[in-house]
Ligand binder design. Structure first.
Ligand code: NAP
Length: 497
């Protein structure tokens, strides 16, 4: 039996501290309909608390507040914005345990991983507090020598930020921090399944000195009805979305009407390629991280393990041994490394994908089934011998299922890795430096983990190619998603002198 590491009183304290209203113009209040959303603990199926369910009118009120606050926020000094973000970082670090527990309760991931997300998510606050004061332009003479060009950057304006449930804190900070650093105001629409972390974070931002109206949060069960009028409103200047590719595609269609600037962090189908010369210890370690972090519910989760035929048996045997040692349970329990999936649909999907692969000849090495009892758990699973045409190769699994197929030579490995509409991240394990460089140039991906199983880092440009999205978050690039570039031409100041 695993030992609960948090008491019922601690859970209550953390949940009861979250403001449950809409956060608009610096005030908390109910939705205009009075309706609410039940937030459920996926480990138990119990309702944690109810939060406001915004109407379209509430969404427009939030945009009004963001628009009203825009000019004053843009006029603050970069140093001021930097220090507000830095205070937010410090407050978050002081409250890391509470934020981690809140995330585990509403989303399910093990507490250690939630603590890791607080560190990762917090880094966006620190990184963009540092970037806020480093936005520069350029000045130069035009080639003809007849004028001077000045290039400057200014905030895009009010933004709508839509986030998913799988990383409730980090997906919010990855957008809010660069937007605020650049001088933009925002309306945030978190996922209906995990609104609590964003609401608690909005309260923290206010405490850190973010003025009224600069950050507004609307929680709703009617995402389309609330967001579409904002996207079609000419006062909105930017949409940043993280979520599935089909929803991203719908939002792009809506955004096309007013040629709205967009950033799209969409779905993935990451290949994890193990070459015959790989350090297998490192490859197995990387596989465990790339597959089982967040119970496989990550856009960066390795989806297709493509292993050289000469090392496939050994790799499979080693991962199976490790996977059998994973402990499944509530994320708040001691020693648990695999928490619940987010809901029943996620469990059914994992099960369906395993059955489809087995129907086409794959072998279940371990796991393969939903776990009985309360909560939405699926056994950590390894399937080998996955055949071409299996649905698991083309669909984001979003669950703890490690699917292995084999390849014969580098060309085939690259071809299989690229055989997807997605291109967010790829992982490759090889000791051959030149091969690593060839992969960096030939894999159709926005990010490559070369001999590592985790690539996410606030200092790096995160994002994908193909159907995985548009734009980059984090790194030096991240703040430019929220800045316009303006070019000014002036005459040659020496003309006639
Ligand atoms: P999702 O269903 O696309 O939802 C994402 C967000 O969009 C939620 O807040 C959702 O609200 C909202 N939404 C849904 N339909 C909408 C609409 N018509 N108009 C406006 N908003 C709408 O995705 P998810 O299941 O939450 O997240 C998992 C997906 O996100 C996976 O595909 C994963 O790969 C991707 N993801 C990508 C990245 C990345 O950086 N590339 C990072 C994390 C996750 P509701 O919750 O109310 O439905």
């Amino acid at each position: 039996m695993s030992r609960p590491v948090v008491t019922a009183a601690e859970r209550r304290r953390v949940v009861e501290a979250v403001p449950t209203g809409l956060f608009v113009g610096g005030s908390w209040g109910p939705s205009s309909s009075g309706d609410t959303i039940d937030v459920v603990d996926p480990a138990t199926g119990e309702v944690l608390v109810a939060v406001a369910d915004a109407t379209p009118a509430d969404g427009l009120r939030a945009l009004d507040a963001a628009v009203a606050a825009q000019d004053a926020w843009a006029a603050t000094s970069p140093r001021h914005r930097s220090e507000v973000l830095r205070r937010a970082f410090d407050l978050l670090m002081q409250r890391r345990d509470d934020f981690a527990l809140l995330m585990t309760l509403e989303m399910g991931k093990p507490l250690d991983e939630s603590l890791g997300e607080v560190t990762y998510g917090g880094e966006f606050l620190r990184w963009f507090s540092e970037e806020a004061v480093r936005v520069s332009g350029r000045y130069g003479t035009n080639p003809e020598g007849t004028g001077r060009t000045t290039v400057l950057h200014r905030p895009v304006g009010p933004c709508l930020l839509i986030t998913p449930w799988n990383f409730p804190l980090a997906m919010a900070t990855r957008k809010i921090a660069p937007a605020l650093a650049a001088g933009c105001t925002v309306v945030v629409k978190p996922a209906e399944l995990t609104p609590l972390t964003t609401l608690a974070f909005a309260a923290l931002l206010a405490e850190a000195g973010v003025p009224d109206g600069v950050v507004n949060v609307v929680t709703t069960l009617s995402a389309n009805d609330v967001c579409e009028p904002l996207i079609r409103d000419p006062r909105l200047r930017k949409l940043s979305f993280t979520g599935s590719t089909p929803v991203g595609s719908t939002l792009l269609t809506q955004a096309s009407e007013q040629v709205l600037r967009t950033s799209m962090e969409l779905g993935g189908n990451a290949p994890f390629v193990v070459f015959d010369d790989a350090d297998l210890d490192a490859a197995v370690e990387g596989a465990m991280q790339a597959k089982f972090r967040n119970v496989g519910q990550a856009c960066t989760a390795a989806n297709r393990f493509i292993v050289h035929e000469s090392v496939a048996d050994e790799f499979t045997a080693r991962v199976v041994e490790r996977v059998r040692g994973l402990r499944v349970g509530a994320g708040t329990d001691d020693g648990v490394s695999v928490g619940p999936l987010i809901d029943d649909r996620a469990v059914d999907k994992a099960h369906r994908l395993v059955r489809d692969a087995v129907g086409r000849g794959a072998v279940v090495e371990t796991g393969g089934h939903p776990v009985d009892g309360p909560g939405t758990f699926f056994e950590p699973t390894v399937v080998s011998g996955v055949a071409p045409g299996s649905e698991i190769l083309t669909t984001e699994i979003f669950g703890p299922v490690l699917a292995i197929s084999t390849f014969h030579d580098e060309a085939e490995g690259v071809r299989l890795a690229n055989d997807t509409e997605f291109g967010l991240v790829a992982y490759a394990f090889t000791r051959d430096l030149a091969r690593g460089q060839r992969l960096a140039e030939r894999l159709q991906t926005g990010m490559l983990g070369l001999n590592v199983g985790v690539v996410s880092n606030a200092s790096a440009p995160f994002g994908g190619v193909k159907s995985s999205g548009l734009g980059r978050e984090g790194g030096a690039e991240g703040i430019h998603e929220y800045l316009e570039t303006v070019y000014v031409l002036t005459p040659d100041p020496f003309a006639g002198s």
